[in-house]
Ligand binder design. Structure first.
Ligand SMILES: Cc1cc2nc3c(=O)[nH]c(=O)nc-3n(C[C@H](O)[C@H](O)[C@H](O)COP(=O)(O)OP(=O)(O)OC[C@H]3O[C@@H](n4cnc5c(N)ncnc54)[C@H](O)[C@@H]3O)c2cc1C
Length: 350
């Protein structure tokens, strides 16, 4: 027999955890799943990457987030913080258990199937984020072992020829970090120049200088056609070009996997394929199925939802499900319920 619970939360990122702390406090019989570890999305940021959001805005459950040097949190500091939140609230999370299917059986009746078991619930809250799949460039060689869609750490590229494909924040940040540790870096970008709105403002002058002084190679308006074990073939205004590369980083953005929402019957709309939901409650067009966190935005080509303006989702859902106020939430949630305030720092577009 499937296990029966009141509510299932899918996703143990910051917003899923903030919801869980409040369901637990209200004694709701819920289960919480994540396909990986707590903070799985954050765990694949590059090592020592800094958040652009200030610590107070990404703090959850009302628990302050302190950083070592009082500046913005690193990946490592935030993961440490998330683990502390889980311990502080004694949250039980079924980590490494992937939801593979959500079946809508009727009004507030769901069958949730994982890679380990089957569960029945009256409500399902999807906090699954929006960065599941790398945006592929679909060229021969994309799956070769020296090609990756994820920048993990710079050390790997020391004294190596590295071609980075992309021209937004993640590509520029990776290029500067790898150049600093002694990699021979080049960038291939579809556009003629970087869009200043897409890049952290403190990185833009540096990348421009490094390109101007030819410390970093730059292939503007170029399109990668083929990757081989030692070269990358590109087409640009100068015709066809071949660049030597020991490693290739394809930092071309990420897409949301909407499979679960589609299976459950949620309507996806607009170019971002964003789920349809009632803004007052976060309930989708499927009664009993809620969406929270960045998953509410679909694939974000221009970032509109970040952690800091998703705390209000927790208030809306707890009010709708339990008719009460959440006890553990970032105070910013109440500010965002009333107005849109600009993010701490200008958020680079993806
Ligand atoms: C380098 C980098 C820097 C960033 N900096 C910032 C920043 O400064 N500020 C900011 O607000 N945002 C930043 N972001 C984006 C940030 O990661 C997201 O805003 C944040 O993680 C969203 O939180 P969330 O709880 O909505 O979803 P997520 O943190 O994405 O959590 C979703 C969770 O759902 C789980 N999941 C997904 N599908 C399933 C399934 N089928 N079954 C079970 N579990 C599933 C995932 O494993 C994941 O743990 C950055 C992103 C990157 C890559």
């Amino acid at each position: 027999m499937p296990h029966q619970v009141t509510t299932i939360i899918i996703g143990a990122g910051p917003i899923g955890l903030e919801l869980a702390a409040n369901l637990k406090q209200a004694n709701v019989h819920y289960l919480h799943f994540d396909t990986g570890q707590v903070g799985q999305t954050i765990s694949w940021y590059p090592k020592q990457a800094h958040f652009f959001s200030s610590p107070d805005r990404i703090a959850i459950c009302g628990l302050p987030l302190q950083t070592q040097d009082q500046t913005k949190a690193t990946r490592e500091e935030y993961l440490t913080y998330l683990r502390t939140v889980v311990q502080q609230h004694r949250l039980k999370i079924n980590t490494y258990e992937k939801i593979t299917e959500i079946k809508t059986l009727g009004h507030h009746q769901f069958e949730v199937i994982t890679d380990k078991d089957t569960y029945h619930a009256e409500n399902v809250i999807t906090c699954i984020g929006d960065m599941h799949l790398p945006r592929k460039i679909n060229v021969p060689g994309e799956d070769l072992p020296h090609v990756s869609h994820y920048f993990d750490e710079a050390h790997k590229y020391f004294d190596q020829k590295l071609l980075i494909v992309g021209g937004k924040n993640s590509a520029v940040e990776a290029a500067i970090r790898c150049h600093r540790i002694g990699a021979k870096v080049s960038i291939s970008y579809r556009q003629a120049m970087f869009n200043e709105k897409s890049i952290k403002y403190w990185l833009l002058p540096e990348i421009q200088w490094l390109i101007e002084t030819k410390e970093i190679g730059f292939y503007p308006q170029s399109i990668v056609k083929r990757i081989t074990p030692k070269t990358v073939e590109m087409e640009s205004l100068n015709g066809e070009q071949q660049v030597d590369a020991d490693f290739v980083l394809l930092l071309t953005g990420y897409e949301m996997d909407t499979t679960l929402l589609k299976q459950a019957g949620v309507t996806l709309q607009g170019p971002n394929r964003a789920p349809m939901f009632d803004d007052a409650t976060m309930q989708t067009n499927v009664p009993g199925l809620y969406v929270a966190g960045t998953a509410a935005a679909g694939t974000q080509n221009k970032f509109k939802l970040f952690i800091e303006n998703c705390h209000c989702h927790v208030v809306k859902i707890i009010r709708d499900l339990l008719d009460q106020e959440p006890q553990f939430v970032n105070p910013l949630a109440y500010v965002h319920l009333k107005e849109t305030i600009p993010p701490t720092d200008r958020m680079p577009e993806s």
